[in-house]
Design a protein around this ligand. Structure first.
Ligand SMILES: Nc1ncnc2c1ncn2[C@@H]1O[C@H](COP(=O)(O)OP(=O)(O)OP(=O)(O)O)[C@@H](O)[C@H]1O
Ligand SMILES: [Mg+2]
Length: 471
């Protein structure tokens, strides 16, 4: 047995305390699955991080495990018993602090114990202890509006910890905070967990931040979307490698980046690769448009151009103060359109990207129109439909129905909004929210079909349809 100053928590991984077994989830009448056969077991002593794109069902999984709603299929088990109602062993810290504005800090924290039926004297005592633990001493009588974001989130933590939960869930607890505050709270939380100052036996953290996951977790799960599923499970680093920015840490961060920037690829292949990711296109059921608005996209291409046309994705997140998955989405959109090239963790502006960054508005739009039609199959599909329609219109409900066949409810809506944003900017069509009608733009749209033909000769590889046939 090795003698260690500080045993990494992963060493003490114990029995399973909470488990999702082949869990499926649909919301309401919508039969599109949000989670598809997700199995995950949480062991005593471990800190698990959950990464994955927006809409992949991470929060949904937390809701199922905490018993806030039942799964549509499969089973949730707490200590081996099927969970039927609220899970009393779980407390959750949310991204939005969700404090009651008319209650003081102390009262907000005590609230967690009211539901648990703890007698009044004990409530006060335990709330004061939790406030103390989380560094809110002296703020007991303050109201939420007097507190900074970081202090509010401390109240969020105190309210969760006061019930002395066996399992603590955190759903992006630091992402609403500014960078430094987030960093401070994260370090304090890590200290509390490592020193075992909190009674909690397991933690499940949802985050968009790869660094955060690597710093904190004994085990990292990466989710994929449409429907939500576990793409890969990776062991975290031993405790002594986590804080130290050495090769082991870099290797793991790189591997996770590769997985997250290649949503269509086999994650285990990507993890096994020592260097550049596979760029080969695999046949996909449909192309997923990154959820990125035009302003972010054009702003990003210009920014990248202004710093020399090359950057590390990792540095971009830091310099632009964006969540890493937001940066990834923007980079992915630029890559998809042919304005940038993502190579491992470096993003490079392409020649068209340089021209796009420098172009005047009219030329910028014309370029965007050309490249979007060449690379975005959904956009081509819409222009074809508009071109074929005698009234040059397309009912948005019909488009949504098509999208809903391919994407879960929330994602279909996001795909719709993104493609409409892009198409309007490209002046391919207009969209009237009131009538729900897409209309071929009588000015530039006249040329849209021609532009389409022109673009198609440039690149006809990307396809969009539910079957993967380009028709
Ligand atoms: N109450 C609901 N009713 C219907 N659909 C829902 C509901 N909550 C979530 N969804 C849909 O389920 C899918 C997964 O959502 P969920 O919030 O679990 O994702 P997430 O991974 O937590 O995303 P994010 O990273 O943006 O927080 C999305 O398509 C979302 O639109
Ligand atoms: Mg969520």
């Amino acid at each position: 047995m090795t003698i260690a100053m500080e045993a990494p928590p992963s060493v003490e991984r114990g029995e399973v305390i909470l488990e999702a077994r082949s869990v499926d989830k649909y919301y309401g009448d919508d039969r599109t699955p949000v989670l598809d056969s997700v199995s995950v077991a949480l062991h005593s002593g471990e800190f698990v991080a959950l990464l994955g794109p927006s809409g992949s069902g991470k929060s949904t999984l937390l809701r199922l495990l905490s018993g806030l709603m039942p799964p549509s299929g499969g089973m949730v088990l707490s200590h081996g018993e099927e969970l039927t109602g609220i899970n009393p062993n779980v407390a959750i810290v949310f991204q939005s602090f969700a404090l009651f504005p008319w209650l003081t800090v102390l009262q907000n924290v005590e609230l967690g114990l009211l539901a648990a039926g703890v007698p009044v004297e004990q409530r006060r005592e335990r709330a004061v202890a939790a406030i103390d633990l989380i560094g809110l001493d002296g703020y007991e009588e303050a109201f939420p509006k007097e507190l900074s974001g970081g202090m509010k989130q401390r109240v969020g933590f105190a309210r969760a910890l006061v019930v002395q939960p066996e399992v603590l869930f955190m759903d992006e607890p630091f992402s609403a905070l500014d960078v430094l505050t987030g960093e401070t709270l994260r370090a304090e939380l890590q200290e509390l967990w490592n020193s075992k100052s909190m009674p909690t036996r397991a933690v499940l953290l949802v985050t968009h931040n790869i660094d955060e996951a690597v710093t904190l977790a004994d085990r990292i799960l990466v989710f994929g979307a449409n429907p939500g599923h576990i793409r890969i499970e990776l062991p975290g680093l031993p405790a002594h490698e986590r804080m130290h920015h050495g090769p082991a840490r870099q290797h793991l961060v790189d591997a996770i980046y590769r997985v997250m920037t290649n949503p269509g690829e086999d994650a285990s292949m990507l993890v096994g690769q020592p260097s550049a990711p596979a760029r080969a296109e695999r046949p996909r059921r449909y192309q997923v448009l990154p959820d990125v608005g035009i302003d972010d996209l054009t702003g990003f291409v210009q920014y990248l151009s202004s710093i020399g046309g090359r950057a590390n994705v990792h540095d971009l997140a830091r310099d632009l103060q964006l969540r890493s998955d937001d940066v990834l989405a923007i980079v992915e959109a630029s890559d998809l359109l042919g304005f940038a090239d993502l190579q491992d963790r470096a993003v490079l502006l392409t020649q068209p990207g340089v021209e796009f960054a420098d172009a005047e508005l009219d030329a910028e739009k014309a370029m965007f129109r050309h490249f979007a039609l060449a690379h975005v199959s959904l956009l081509r599909h819409i222009v074809r439909e508009l071109d074929a329609s005698p009234s040059a219109t397309l009912d948005s409900d019909r488009l949504m129905e098509e999208l809903e066949e391919a994407f879960s409810g929330g994602e279909a809506r996001r795909q719709f909004e993104t493609v409409v944003d892009w198409g309007r900017y490209a002046e391919l069509f207009s969209y009237d929210d009131a009538s729900g009608e897409l209309r071929l733009d009588p000015e530039s749209g006249v040329g849209a079909a021609d532009a389409l033909r022109e673009a198609m000769t440039a690149d006809s590889s990307a396809t969009w349809s539910v079957d993967g046939d380009d028709n």
